[in-house]
Design a protein around this ligand. Structure first.
Ligand code: MN3
Length: 201
């Protein structure tokens, strides 16, 4: 069994003006595809071929750098495409909204702290909202690491992630990572985030 590039669940231009079509096309078709191809090459003929991408991440300390970088890249981007959607954004409802309000006081405070994690991550990496022991936590990871990994400083199940590699925003935002992080909230698919929250809890 080998991993496959998941189909993007909307058109390349569906997230405009917040994320431009050219960025989406290159990001999905070139960057994510490369992680998938390199992951498959790295695990060819090993037991990892029988593992889910989640289990590979959870046991990442047993693998070398090619699996860590490309397996992380595959997991992170697969999640990223699903937690965004056209005509999305707004605010979550139900138990997720309650959890956000009781943990961060308000959605605005969550956005503020999440964007701080996104902007302060030096170099390439990801900002995350995760669930650990039923609690919501904001964290960030370098490179293509993620909080599922057994080597992560802060571990948990990701329910929201923002790619802050320059390839994710440079065409449209150049050096303005804070503007990209702010725009992200306009395309969040809260239905999917809420569903991930329910499963993680
Ligand atoms: Mn990326």
């Amino acid at each position: 069994m080998s991993f496959e590039l998941p189909k993007l669940p909307y058109a390349f231009n569906a997230l405009e003006p917040h994320i431009d079509a050219k960025t989406m096309e290159i990001h999905h078709g070139k960057h994510h595809q490369a992680y998938v191809t390199n992951l498959n090459n790295a695990i060819a003929g090993t037991d990892a071929e029988k593992m889910s991408i989640e289990d590979i991440c959870k046991n990442i300390s047993k693998f070398g750098a090619p699996v860590r970088n490309n397996g992380g890249g595959h997991y992170n981007h697969s999640l990223f495409w699903t937690i965004m959607a056209p005509n999305a954004g707004g605010a979550p409802t139900g138990v997720l909204a309650d959890a956000i309000n009781s943990t961060f006081c308000s959605l605005d405070k969550l956005k503020e702290e999440f964007n701080k994690a996104a902007v302060s991550r030096f170099g390439s990496g990801w900002a995350w909202l995760i669930v650990h022991d039923g609690k919501l936590i904001i964290t960030s990871t370098p490179n293509q690491d993620n909080p599922l990994m057994d080597i992560a400083e802060v571990k948990g199940n990701p329910i929201l992630g923002l790619d802050v590699w320059e390839h994710a925003y440079y065409l449209n935002y150049q050096n303005r990572r804070p503007d990209y992080a702010s725009a992200f909230w306009n395309v969040i698919n809260w239905n999917e985030v809420a569903s991930l929250y329910s499963k993680a809890k």
